[in-house]
Design a protein. Sequence first.
Length: 94
Amino acid sequence: MNTYPDWLRAVEQTYVVKFPLQHLATFGITNIDYFVVTEPIYTAIDSAKKNLETVVRKGRVIAEQPSLVTPTYALNLKGFSDDAYDYMRHVSQA
């Protein structure tokens, strides 16, 4: 299934409402909280509900200094896709 057109449409319609006050730290850890407002996926099926509901997701980006990633540490992932977990398992066995 080719999802590139959907991805491109999402990127073109994405914009930042408010930029974070904190910039990425050169030395240290940066925490940036964010909210993403989207339309529910089922609106592609039932367009009558398109203007009725909105999905708000909250998250946090934690950026740290680059570090050496060992195979054991690489498996300590949270919040990634199944493909990412498969990739890291493959890398850790190499």
